[in-house]
Ligand binder design. Structure first.
Ligand code: KIV
Ligand code: ZN
Length: 394
C-alpha cells in the first residue's frame, strides 16, 4: 500500500495525482469506455502515479462501476473518487473506492463569492457544511482530500478559515484549485506560502496544486506552487481537461527531472513510459496531441533545419535538452525537408544503405532540394527513388 502521507513528508518528494479519468474525461467529447478506463488506470499505476483520481462515482452508474473496478485492480497507486459536499455523494464515493488497497475520498465545494452564490450559502453556513462533510468522509476513510473550488478567486481570510476547518475535521490533503486557470506563477506561489504561514495545522497536511490552462500557465503555476511548499501536483496525461485543459503530467514531471538543478524535487514516475500512455490517451479520448506539444508532440524530438540537423549529428545535446529514450521514444527524428543540409542527407543515405561518393552526393542533393521545394516532407521512399533515377540516367 502506498502511504502517501509519509512519502510526501520527505521534503523533496512531490506526489503525482493524475486526474485524466476524472477532470480529463470531463472534456467535452473525451468520454472513455469502461475497459479503456481500466487500461489507462493500469498504465498510470505501472508508471508510478501516486494517486489516481478514477472518476466521480455519483455522476453515473458507469462512473461508479469504473471507479470500483479500478479500485479492485490497483496495485500500488492510491485510488481516489470525487464527491461534492454532501453525504450522499461521499457515501457513494466510499462504496466505489473502498475496495482499493489504498483508498481516498476527495470532496470539494466552491468557496469564491461566485461559487458560494450557487448553493446560496453564506460564509458561516458554508463553513459548517465543510466541517460536517469532511468529518463524515474522515469517519469512512483515513485518507481524505478537500478542495475549495475556485480557491484562487476566494478571499484570503475566508480561504484560511475554511482550510483550517477542513484540517481540523480530518482532511489529510488540502488541494488548492485554480479552477478557471486565472492565476499566474508568482501569485500561485504566494497563495501556497500564505496558507502554510497563516493556517494553524497546515504543517500536518499535504498541500496540492490543481491548475487549469486557460492562460497557458498551468505548468508554470503548478511548479511555482511546488517551490512554495505544495507537495502534490494534480495533472492529466497530454493536459487533457475541460476548456484548455489541466496541467500536463508529462510537462511537470520532465521539468522536475531536467531542471532538478534549480527545482530539487523528485517524483516517483518512470518517465520512459510517458510516450506510450500519451498515445493511448490520445487514441481512446479522440483528442490528438498537437504536433508541437511539449514532451509528447510529434515534433518534440524532430529537427528539420540544416543547422540543427548538423548539430544533432555531431552532438545531440546541441539542440535537445532531454534524450528521447527518457520519455520512451526510440530516437530523435531528422525530418528531411527543404531546410535540411548536405550532412543530414549524407546521414540519411547511410541509414538507407547508400554510401555515395562526393559527386554522386552533390547530384542527389541538388535533386533532393528541388523535390523538397515542392513537398513539405521528403520521405525515405522519395530519397530511394532519387538514387534509382540517378542510377538509370547515368
Ligand atoms: O478545477 C477544479 O476546481 C476541480 C475540483 C473539483 C478540484 O477540478
Ligand atoms: Zn479541475
Amino acid at each position: 500500500m502506498t502511504d502517501t502521507t509519509k512519502t510526501a513528508s520527505e521534503q523533496d518528494r512531490v506526489l503525482i495525482f493524475d486526474t485524466t479519468l476524472r477532470d480529463g474525461e470531463q472534456s467535452p467529447g473525451a468520454t472513455m469506455t469502461h475497459d479503456e478506463k481500466l487500461e489507462i488506470a493500469a498504465l498510470l499505476d505501472e508508471m508510478g502515479v501516486d494517486i489516481i483520481e478514477a472518476g466521480f462515482p455519483i455522476a453515473s452508474e458507469g462512473d461508479f462501476e469504473a471507479v470500483s473496478a479500478i479500485a479492485r485492480q490497483s496495485k500500488t497507486s492510491t485510488i481516489c473518487g470525487l464527491a461534492r459536499a454532501n453525504y450522499k455523494d461521499i457515501d457513494r464515493c466510499w462504496e466505489a473506492v473502498k475496495h482499493a488497497r489504498s483508498p481516498r475520498i476527495h470532496t470539494f465545494i466552491g468557496t469564491s463569492p461566485l461559487h458560494r452564490a450557487i448553493p446560496n450559502l453564506d460564509m458561516d453556513q458554508m463553513a459548517e457544511r465543510i466541517h460536517d462533510t469532511v468529518s463524515h468522509a474522515r469517519n469512512l476513510c483515513d485518507n481524505v482530500q478537500w478542495s475549495p473550488m475556485d480557491a484562487t478567486r476566494t478571499e484570503h481570510d475566508y480561504l484560511c478559515r475554511v482550510v483550517e476547518i477542513a484540517i481540523k475535521a480530518g482532511a489529510t490533503t488540502i488541494n488548492i484549485p485554480d479552477t478557471v486557470g486565472y492565476t499566474a506563477p508568482r501569485e500561485s506561489a504566494d497563495l501556497i506560502r500564505m496558507l502554510l504561514e497563516r493556517v494553524p495545522g497546515a504543517d500536518t497536511v499535504i498541500f496540492a496544486t490543481h491548475c487549469h490552462n486557460d492562460l497557458g500557465m498551468a505548468t508554470a503555476n503548478a511548479l511555482a506552487a511546488v517551490e512554495a511548499g505544495a507537495r502534490q501536483i494534480e495533472c492529466t496525461i497530454n493536459g487533457l481537461g475541460e476548456r484548455a485543459g489541466n496541467t500536463a503530467l508529462e510537462e511537470v514531471v520532465m521539468a522536475l527531472k531536467v531542471r532538478n538543478d534549480i527545482m530539487p524535487y523528485r517524483t516517483g514516475i518512470d518517465t520512459t513510459r510517458i510516450m506510450n500512455i500519451s498515445r493511448k490517451v490520445a487514441t481512446v479520448s479522440g483528442f490528438p496531441v498537437q504536433f508541437n506539444k511539449a514532451i509528447v508532440g510529434k515534433n518534440a524530438f524532430a529537427h528539420e533545419s540544416g543547422i540543427h540537423q548538423d548539430g544533432m549529428l555531431k552532438n545531440a545535446q546541441t539542440f535537445e535538452i532531454m534524450r528521447p529514450a527518457d520519455v520512451g521514444l526510440a530516437d530523435t527524428s531528422l525530418v528531411m525537408g527543404k531546410h535540411s543540409g548536405r550532412a543530414a542527407l549524407r546521414a540519411k543515405l547511410k541509414d538507407l544503405g547508400y554510401d555515395l561518393g562526393e559527386n554522386q552526393l552533390n547530384d542527389v542533393f541538388v535533386r533532393f532540394k528541388a523535390l523538397a521545394d515542392r513537398k513539405k516532407e521528403v520521405f525515405d521512399d522519395d530519397i530511394v527513388a532519387l538514387i534509382q533515377d540517378q542510377a538509370t540516367s547515368a
